[in-house]
Write a protein that binds this ligand. Structure first.
Ligand code: SF4
Ligand code: SF4
Length: 459
């Protein structure tokens, strides 16, 4: 019997003595008192070897044990053993974690630090709900806007108006933006041109070019479809060009990753249920945003204590794949036209560490004629974006961004990646450091090459 099983058995015994019924109705574990308890199996195999320490960006920056994966696992376990309370001293290191999963890649014992962090945050947010301005902002943005397609569309509409009406130029000239915190101002400076969301504008099924090889579903995302609808359009074109009908079911919505990272697991579950239902008729669900893809692949984890939802979530998670991996594994069409450029590739944490996808996107790029790849040192070290970490922890996020930009080789013209958060963050770094590299999504490069192929056929 491993440590996790022992702890579960203890919890069950206590529960039975208190006449609370069988294990599935157990509600507490040490000082964790709410539903959806952290899973003891996830820390059971930690042998405190410390091999994760040097992989952890927050440990690298602070050198403090409680800001290391090993320290965080220890603290999470200590609450379960009733040795420490859920209080600010516990909450800080847990929320200072980027949830980047670099420690999981480094760990020889497969300790699931990311999952533990998310479960612990769920308990913390119930023990210590956000209050004041933080509570209002969290409710307005995370609960009020992201899960609501109409409000997201209105936000996108406002941003388009702000950019196109001249308001943005006026705001920048008059210095009115100086009232914002500096990191928000830096973010405003690199806002991409906001287009119209794909979901609802495109038909629910976009047919393949030529003979169809099959149908795939595509998650359009919330931030992705507002800020990077051009990447969604490129993804649809690339899949169509490769012979796939692309399904865009209207009932889909935000993946819930930001809510789960913030400890709001209930909203995360509501959003997950919506997506599981929306894609029930699809055998494959493709995602072009690493953070969203990782969250969808972990819906089974989210529902591990829900016997009704678990089988549906397991079936769903098994269907989810990153678009770059899908294209590579399914013998994507090699473009013939040249895109003469030098590119470096940044590994989004939730693609490299979260999904184990590193080779495939690089191969897609390498096989575009004319593309020269230049290695990025520490390509899989977090850029500091980490969902909304760059908003909640601007100082640490800024340090990580500076390191990332310092590592970008001098002679490249583009930086490619597979996650919208990283695209915004790295674009912000390029601007801040006076660099000139273009930040692109991997499928955009492929799309440009295919478009050139098509132009050549026409001429
Ligand atoms: S989390 Fe993994 S790598 Fe880190 S101390 Fe524990 S066993 Fe070692
Ligand atoms: S998820 Fe990232 S920041 Fe958090 S403990 Fe692991 S390596 Fe460190």
């Amino acid at each position: 019997m491993n440590v996790g099983e022992k702890e579960r058995e203890t919890v069950n015994l206590v529960s039975m003595l208190e006449n609370k019924g069988p294990a599935c109705e157990t509600k507490t574990l040490g000082n964790y008192l709410w539903d959806d308890l952290p899973d003891p199996d996830k820390w059971a195999d930690c042998v405190h070897c410390g091999m994760c320490l040097e992989a952890c960006p927050t440990y690298q920056e602070t050198g403090e044990e409680q800001h290391s994966p090993r320290g965080r696992v220890y603290l999470i376990k200590a609450v379960a053993e009733g040795k420490i309370d859920i209080n600010e001293a516990f909450a800080k290191p847990v929320f200072d974690c980027l949830d980047c999963r670099a420690c999981e890649t480094a760990c020889p014992a497969d300790v699931q630090v990311g999952g533990l962090i998310e479960e612990a945050r769920g308990q913390i947010r119930q023990a210590m709900p956000l209050t004041g301005v933080k509570g209002v902002v969290s409710k307005t943005v995370l609960n009020g806007i992201f899960p609501n397609k109409k409000r997201l569309d209105r936000l996108g509409g406002f941003m388009r108006f702000y950019q196109k009406s001249g308001l943005q130029k006026v705001a920048r000239k008059t210095g009115v933006l100086n009232v914002m915190p500096s990191h928000m101002k830096e973010m405003e400076a690199i806002l991409p041109e906001v287009g119209k969301p794909v979901l609802g504008r495109y038909p629910e099924e976009v047919p393949a070019e030529g003979e169809s090889k099959g149908k795939v579903g595509m998650l359009t995302g919330c931030v992705m479809d507002v800020m990077f609808s051009d990447v969604n359009e490129a993804t649809i074109r690339v899949l169509n060009h490769n012979g796939y009908d692309v399904g865009l079911p209207k009932q889909q919505g935000c993946c819930g990753a930001l809510h789960i990272h913030a400890g709001d697991r209930e909203t995360g579950k509501e959003l997950a249920k919506k997506n599981i239902e929306a894609f029930k008729d699809y055998d494959k669900v493709l995602v072009n945003a690493a953070g969203c893809g990782c969250a969808l692949q972990e819906y089974d984890e989210l529902f591990r204590n829900d016997p009704e939802m678990l089988p549906l979530a397991e079936e769903f998670s098994a269907k989810v794949e990153d678009v770059s991996k899908f294209l590579y594994d399914n013998d994507f069409k090699r473009p013939e036209s040249e895109i003469n450029t030098k590119i470096t590739y940044h590994d989004a944490c939730h693609l490299a560490h979260g999904q184990g996808v590193r080779f495939e996107p690089r191969q897609l790029l390498k096989e575009i004629p004319g593309v020269e790849m230049v290695d990025l040192p520490d390509a899989d070290r977090c850029c500091g974006s980490a969902g909304i970490y760059n908003l909640t922890h601007p100082e640490m996020a800024g340090k990580l961004l500076d390191r990332k930009i310092d590592d970008i080789p001098e002679n490249v013209e583009m930086i490619s990646m597979g996650n919208p958060g990283c695209m915004l963050q790295i674009a912000m770094g390029v601007e801040k450091h006076g660099r000139s590299e273009k930040v692109v999504h991997t499928v955009q490069l492929l799309d440009w090459a295919y478009e050139k192929d098509k132009q050549q056929v026409k001429s």
